[in-house]
Ligand binder design. Structure first.
Ligand code: HEM
Ligand code: HEM
Length: 223
């Protein structure tokens, strides 16, 4: 068994040499499902609103699943395995700049920080989208501090940002779009990091996210 929550050491794949199972099926389905749902949400924004919303809720559902899986999933899916503090992350980035970073079997500290940024930004994008759907949803939020509240009100002090269904505007829509655009930047950096690490460590990390397997750890690697 290589994919149970209790499995704490990398296992060699039965029948093959030099490969270990790293990403469990749930992580892989989550990853490529997320890529597809995000792409659909992006491409249908302001074009096919019902599809946009279903894709956006799918993103939110996948992120919620991943948060749970980060506590109960297999070894390399767990947050405790890969999340590092700012010190370790900066040290890793310094090593990267010097071309001396070590190979991690799971997520490296910079990749882990990016995962947090991606999950937080995706949550914010889906949440602001959901808020925009119905005017009443903003009213359910706790009171905004006075320093923020005026930006949400028009001259009469009324909440703005809603017109006919589908004609939303105002700060909520702006926040939704800024977060969606920020996602594009993060995804570009994420894919850039994956390509860079693939070259540095001579392995196709994108394929590993499909098959689940990576080269067995060698001397100096962190497993
Ligand atoms: C919308 C675009 C994308 C999003 C939102 C995204 C998000 C993520 C997330 C959240 C993870 C963490 C996986 C986990 O532990 O559950 C991850 C890892 C990963 N992603 Fe993506 N991803 C995107 C596009 C891509 C693309 C296009 C590729 C392939 C080139 C890719 C390759 C990878 C790889 C290889 C990892 C594992 C990194 C490692 O080895 O530490 N991702 N991605
Ligand atoms: C997390 C994935 C999501 C992404 C990447 C995303 C992206 C975008 C983008 C880029 C726009 C701007 C379109 C434009 O005016 O040019 C937009 C608009 C909008 N989105 Fe999303 N969105 C997501 C989720 C959601 C969700 C979950 C909902 C609601 C259930 C939603 C509701 C809306 C609405 C109402 C608009 C305004 C459409 C209009 O201009 O009338 N979005 N979204």
């Amino acid at each position: 068994m290589t994919e149970t929550a209790d499995c704490d050491a990398p296992q060699m794949e039965a029948g093959t040499t030099g490969k270990v199972r790293v990403w469990d099926p749930a992580v892989r389905v989550f990853h490529w499902g997320l890529v597809a749902a995000f792409a659909i949400a992006w491409l249908t924004a302001d074009e096919v609103q019902p599809v946009h919303e279903v894709a956006g809720y799918t993103v939110a559902g996948l992120v919620a699943f991943r948060l749970v899986w980060g506590f109960v999933g297999s070894r390399y899916a767990r947050f405790a395995q890969f999340l590092k503090g700012p010190g370790d992350t900066l040290a890793y980035l310094g090593d990267m700049a010097r071309g001396k970073e070590r190979r991690y079997l799971g997520h490296n500290p910079a990749g882990a920080a990016m995962i947090v940024a991606l999950l937080v930004t995706l949550s914010g994008t889906a949440f602001t989208g959901w808020l925009m759907e119905e005017p009443g949803r903003v009213a359910m939020l706790p009171d905004l501090p006075q320093i923020v509240a005026p930006a949400w009100a028009d001259d009469d002090g009324d909440e703005q940002g809603y017109g006919e269904r589908g004609e939303v505007g105002g700060p909520l829509k702006e926040a939704h779009e800024v977060l969606a655009n920020l996602m594009l930047l993060l995804v570009a950096l994420h894919v850039g990091g994956v390509v860079l690490a693939s070259f540095r460590h001579h392995e196709n990390l994108a394929r590993a996210m499909v098959t689940g397997d990576k080269r067995a750890p060698g001397p100096g690697d962190i497993a």
